[in-house]
Design a binder for this molecule. Structure first.
Ligand SMILES: *Cc1c(COP(=O)(O)O)cnc(C)c1O
Length: 394
């Protein structure tokens, strides 16, 4: 056991497994470990480092704002939070009624969404919240209650009540949405489940049904947002308007931030004193998110994500590996489906070949590279991933 493994094993809570490497620094889509070995990073801190590592725009934004004003409390406001609120409302298409709330993580964003759902009384008392089987919404009590993986919830029961999980089928949706439902919460693509798309027409049907029955449609865009799927937000592929979206991960490009964007009447549900966060919306996080989202816009990285996603899918299928049965997902959030339950072996072999990918489950490799990747990174990826698939198949 190396020194860092020993130290980690002693002093970090056992809730996290032993990390794969100790990393030291990064640049663009590349990171280096403490032994000087380089890795092509096709995970980007799980869809977080939108601009890759140490991007000058990111470094500059953090440095400048830290030298100016890092935190002020909710008794004051600052230009960066106003600008980020306006930017997210514009990018989400939330229009003149759009509002935002900021926290520091995805789970916190979904907690805010949970509370928002509790405030929806349209047409009488409503206690039910619907979420999908296999969904992942976070690890706090509320966000875990929404998470559709019983083994994650079980040690911590009882959960905050009223959440019902339904399979992602049109029949189950139609049977479940009625006047007792306060909200339906879902991911447009289930990232943690192994990058699983919703069935065709599901989001549209979800919108129609929730609308008809006075329930909120809350879309968790924490993994799919910030341009990753080739639109600013995943719901935009379906051409619908939700009542709220939750964001985190990629919008900060590596700086912790999460938030809620509301549309229409959902923007009027929270009243003074009902929710808050000490760090939420602080100038350091919001200035950085502004810079990251501004650079995604300026450099056309949403279009790049769409284009590179198609290219990457073709390259993976073109490898002709008998282990690969398909590629799911959209833009730069892809799931490589494996014929055998060897995802962990593939991800370890990839590391040995200098490539970071993620075994989302036994038979799925998740790819979420930074949005800045181009031909050179895709060529390097193809060589290293082919080597990893061969090693895992052997
Ligand atoms: C990562 C993730 C979360 C939780 O975000 P944290 O920042 O880890 O709390 C929630 N929902 C989805 C879809 C995610 O991918």
């Amino acid at each position: 056991m190396t020194d860092w493994q020993d130290r980690f094993g002693r002093r970090i809570m056992k809730s996290i497994g032993m990390p794969l490497r100790e990393l030291d620094h990064g640049r663009g889509a590349w990171v280096w470990d403490v032994d000087g070995r380089e890795y092509l990073d096709f995970l980007a801190g799980v869809a977080v480092n939108s601009l890759g590592h140490a991007h000058p725009v990111f470094v500059d934004a953090v440095s400048r704002q830290a030298a100016k004003l890092a935190h002020v409390s909710n008794y004051f406001t600052t230009e960066p939070v106003l600008e980020l609120a306006e930017r997210l409302v514009r990018l989400a298409g939330a229009g003149e009624h759009g509002r935002t709330w900021f926290g520091n993580s995805g789970a916190e964003a979904n907690e805010a969404a949970f509370k928002l759902a509790r405030l929806n009384h349209s047409g009488g008392a409503r206690t039910r919240i619907l979420a999908l089987v296999d969904a992942f919404h976070g690890r706090t009590m509320g966000s875990m209650a929404l998470t559709g993986k019983p083994h994650m919830r079980q040690p911590f029961e009882p959960m905050p009540g009223g959440v019902h999980h339904i399979p992602a089928t049109l029949e189950a949706l139609e049977a479940a949405v009625d006047e007792s439902v306060a909200a339906l919460v879902l991911e447009p693509i289930q990232g943690e489940a192994g990058v699983v798309e919703l069935p065709d027409g599901f989001l549209r049907a979800a919108r129609d049904l929730t609308h008809r029955h006075g329930a909120l449609l809350i879309v968790d865009e924490i993994q799919t947002g910030a341009g990753r799927t080739g639109e600013w937000f995943g719901f935009q592929h379906a051409g619908i308007e939700p009542d709220a979206i939750t964001v985190a991960k990629g919008i900060g490009g590596g700086f912790p931030i999460g938030g809620l964007v509301t549309f229409g009447h959902a923007s009027e549900l929270f009243q003074k004193g009902m929710h808050g966060s000490t760090f939420g919306g602080n100038p350091l996080a919001t200035a950085t998110a502004n810079a990251v989202l501004g650079e995604i816009e300026r450099a056309g990285l949403v279009e790049n994500a769409a284009r590179r996603g198609i290219q990457l899918r073709e390259r993976i299928l073109g490898l002709g590996s008998p282990l690969v049965t398909g590629v799911r997902g959209r833009g730069l959030l892809l799931g490589v489906a494996l014929a055998d339950p060897v995802a962990e072996r593939v991800s370890h072999a990839a590391l040995d070949a200098g490539l970071i990918v993620n075994a989302a489950n036994d038979r799925s490799i998740r790819l979420a590279p930074p949005l800045i990747i181009g031909d050179a990174e895709i060529d390097e990826f193809a060589v290293r991933f082919a080597a990893a698939l061969d090693a895992a198949a052997a």
